[in-house]
Design a protein. Sequence first.
Length: 363
Amino acid sequence: MRALELYIHIPFCKKKCKYCDFLSGPSTADERESYVKSLCQDIRSYAHLAKACRVISIFVGGGTPSTLTAFQMQQIFSAVRDTFVVEENAEITVEMNPGTVDREKLSGYKKCGINRLSIGLQSTKNRELQILGRIHTYEEFLETYHMARAEGFENINVDLMSAIPGQSLTDWEENLKTVAELAPEHISAYSLIVEEGTPFYEEYGEGRHADELPDEETERKMYWRTKEILSKYGYERYEISNYAKPGYACRHNIGYWERTEYLGIGTGAVSLINNSRFNYGEEPEKLTVSAQMEETMFLGLRMMKGVSKIEFLKMYGESMENIYGNVIRDMEQKGLLEDGEDFVKLTDRGIDVSNYVMSEFLL
């Protein structure tokens, strides 16, 4: 049976954050109930695909999935388990925001088989949380985090965001140390991107109020310090923005970067099945071999281990040297890539300009 990852999209949140460009927004109880009912029907409609697959990971993302009740989450997972063969040791993650769960809800989630939580903190400083438009305080995060531990969750990710308006390098270092002291198994540390169509874009896009955002040099220092600080607390960087204690790298996300097949169910979900990619409810688009090779390189290079030449040859019947030899040599000469015996990977300098390096692999 083929390995398959499931992504389930819950597009609801209590309030849209100022920087968020995801497909999400506030909802009524009736809307959530109706959505869950439709979602369960959709999950069951994939029985034909399920016969050939075993589910190795499930990720419930949003929005804020923890706006759902424990019973609604149980309905979703009942539909999943009625339809798919879920591996016994599958990694099952649900995203949540502080202040949206209680002990009863967390207990219900655990009964669903959820074994990993991803908590959207973003900052330990209430001033920064207000700037971002978050609905919670740091104190509410602590309450949620300790509640999750008390309910027996032993695999928790915490999201942090750098380059927030008004944030200094010292502020960021304090955020990292404060969270690392709590010892979550995983920390995702992303830099703020000001996306079009968001309130932040109206305020900071196209150079507006640029003096309030950390400059490029400070942003780079924030990135370097992230690795330095977290490594002292026992976290290993395994992907450009992700750090984990040994054995706790996010298996679901690694699947994306290694192009494992995944099925996305729900409004904003995307799927990759049989080398065809499609948005939820749309016709699949078959990827050309060139497009598959490009993805293998620019997704795989996000990981610190890089891309395997042996796996590339197995997948495409062509050596990486034949397809990308000139690019690899050029990037190596510039000190941006390391060309090892089997793996091609970014150097520390290459990570700083990773978007440029990855764009060079577009055929």
